[in-house]
Write a protein that binds this ligand. Sequence first.
Ligand code: TYD
Ligand code: MG
Length: 473
Amino acid sequence: MQERVARVGAAAQRGRSSAHGGRRERRTGAGGEVVTHAPRPLRDVTSTATARLSTGIGELDRVLGGGLVPGSLVLLGGSPGIGKSTLTNMALGNLARAGHDTLYVSGEESAEQVRLRAERLAPGALEVPIFAETDLDAVLDTLAEHAPRVCVIDSVQTLRAGELSGAPGAVGQVREVTGRIMELAKERGIAVVLVGHVTKDGALAGPRVLEHLVDCVLQFEGERERPYRELRALKNRFGSTNEAGLFEMRQGGLVEVLDASARFVAEATRAPGSVVLAAMEGSRPLLVEVQALVAPSELEQPRRIVSGLDRNRLALVLAILGRHGGVPVGASDVFVNVVGGVRVDEPGCDLAVALAVASAARGVPTTSFAPGAPGTPRACFGELGLTGELRWVGHPERRLQEAAKHGLSATIAPPDSGAGACEAATLREALRTCFEKIGTPGYVPGHGAGSPRDGSHVPPACASPSRVAQLGP
Ligand code: TYD
Ligand code: MG
């Protein structure tokens, strides 16, 4: 108690002295304006809109929040061979073509090796000045001398600060390297992209310790053997972390995939075990195919193999499916895959996993039988609650629009998803809607429908013509 009184007293004294003394530190800024170092209301803080530098790669700009911010540090992480050097080479090439000073610092490959890659890319890539060096001081001197608008350091783990004893890539080294580059970048307004290697499990200490230092952390993911690459923002002081960009690795470098939904829907198999998920990739809807395989297991602990989704989420969905959906798979191996090597990180994927697994377990396709389009892939989205309820997820109208745009009607969705949705309140209801339909084994005409073969079939209520009509964009 006494201590508290003492502290209050001290605070009061501080307040008095500043009020009476009125001595506030005043300094003069570079332009002669008075800079006060006293607290002030946020409304008096002037914020200048920073001009962004476009990398000429739409998907990259979008993930960055509208382009590179001068003086900012971007960490681009990804496993070896995923395409980090290709992406940064291409971006610098475009910037050089647009008349910006650029610099590519390569600590990993020789200048000749970088040139060989640049030859495969758009012509601008060959205009980028390269500095192949691993000594931090040499790199900083060059940066200070040339002061480019944008600089790429490929990679941060290969630079070495001479005064530190650790090997390049050690935590102390990467921290020092980043800290000193950041100082210079902020001072000169250079936008710096640091390339960093992350192993598959993200275990590498180097780049992870840098995450709080840099302004923006981008992760480049995908499977090396597959063409699709996904760029995500894990942290972004200048934009949203929800955005993701999709690329394809081709002969001439990375190509933006702008019609991903159309491709994935066209490739969807429509076989038992397949369903289309209307997902949200940040602010963009994306239709992806989710496939499942359920097979009797010979193991005491059946396999649960998942790719493109969270493993724990699969375990949860399987438990809900067994308990509330009447589809027990406890004695089976279950494999679930998001086709194309895409990763889906959102709760809206639960229903797709459940329907794909149920479809695989029962050997019945999920395809919807809307009038005029028999056998179109079935789209769905929704989160599953532990009591078997189907929960609302964000942006239902955009998901439904995307599905409709690609010819998928009768999208199964949680309640309150809006016009055009084939709404289901519970998993059980969703399963019923999905599988009790014309043309599939076990279909019981529940709407006074004709037989599936006589051509006079009436579609299920959720796909009736009037509701399908509302689906248009
Ligand atoms: P790279 O950018 O070197 O990967 P990282 O810097 O992340 O280690 O590119 C890796 C792969 O991309 C390499 O195996 C070759 C392939 N590639 C193409 O298929 N087409 C191309 O035009 C280029 C430049 C690379
Ligand atoms: Mg590389």
